[in-house]
Write a protein that binds this ligand. Sequence first.
Ligand code: AHR
Length: 500
Amino acid sequence: MKATMIISKDFKIGEIDKRIYGSFMEHLGRAVYGGIYEPTHPLADEKGFRKDVIELVKELQVPIIRYPGGNFVSGYNWEDGIGPVEKRPRRLELAWNSIETNEVGVNEFVEWTKRVGAEVMMAVNLGTRGPDEARNLVEYCNHPCGSYYSDLRRIHGFEKPHNIKVWCLGNEMDGPWQIGYKTANEYGRIACETAKVMKWVDPSIELVVCGSSNRHMQTFADWEAKVLEHTYEHIDYISLHTYYGNYENDTANFLAKSLDMDEFIKSVISICDYVKAKKRSKKVVNLSFDEWNVWYHSREADKQIPRWSIAPPLLEDIYNFEDALLVGCMLITLIRHSDRVKIACLAQLVNVIAPIMTENLGASWRQTIFYPFLHASTFGRGCALNAIVNSPRYDSKEFCDVPYLEAAAVYNEEKSELTIFAVNRSLDEAIALETDIRDFAGYKVIEHITMDHEDVKAVNTKDNPMNVRPVKCTNSKIEDGKLMSVLNKLSWNVIRLGRQ
Ligand code: AHR
């Protein structure tokens, strides 16, 4: 089939905030313990962090990592994770029915993020706790010295403040599964009061207020409007979360699920702007899509995991090739909305619904979804351009008018590079794509990276870690000033053009 696209420097969406390539580490399963931290591992450094995992995270160039939850944060006492490790309490962790040993806390996590070159996006507990504990944590992390909590941090060996800039006001507070679940008005009030005191301690911080846990929550939209009415002038971003699965084994429908993400983003933008108008405010509230991914493979297995174990193998989705394609479509969706989505976190990073897997005391490897994220994070920096796509479409079980071709374009002016990210959703046909690159005269194809596989269910494992991986191909060339590409059926594509 044929498709066309027009890309012009004039069709600007906006500068991409690199934080849309963020991720998430929760105290959950083997994310922290056995994932990033395993002092007995042969590759552990002097602080107990796995060097093999550090290298893989660095490869992804993740600029910001949300921590410590997730559902976990709603029952967490941050004070349990500071000071001498041998004195830290073991707790019953009620979000995931595990034992939390508190060997890793805020200081250790900050040290780890320095090793991987990321900043921390810290969540405070608004489930069992409130403004007091939140402002104390800001003081502990960000105040230089001369107060109880800042001096306590210095006693703990951290003379300089951590200067954590982005903070989440709780997690998924609209969800009945959440410890300390609240109505929109209850949450809106406590979020507002917490935001005030946190910013009084450090006015330079940015705050993310909780939106709905997903677009299909019954309270969706009303929740956002009410919460924003309470908090609008005190916060900077509102959160969005979404996870998709292919429970019905319907690939065409599954790959269309990024359209739901697109609708979700558009709706939340409208609600933010509605509250802005209602309040006659000059301020724009942006979006933090701080949990997104595919999540469904491990749901049944998780029901068999006994309660109260330390670092059990929870949420260990083994991702297949079609999952990587949907993750690619979701990344394209985030890039296309980068004028309003300023932060996004692939949930999560290691072992728990993650691009990186590890074996306790053993190997680490890249899951299929590692690759589209790697490409977007590496080449998706610069200005997002509104690629005008003309593609044949299909209807699936839940979605109408799904374009076979999903694409986004990013122009990096500094490097004089244009990158096109494209997914061909067709199960049976390649797309012959003709792209009008009118303002990019003289640009040549640097490379066309593609990822496809004859088996949509193909996975990467410890024993076969390279089964699904990207390769360079010769499917793109410039002809008469047009970019002519072939996108194989069911494929992820990165087409890079540059002056050299
Ligand atoms: O990422 C896994 C869980 O999904 C998080 O803890 C929670 O916020 C969401 O429901």
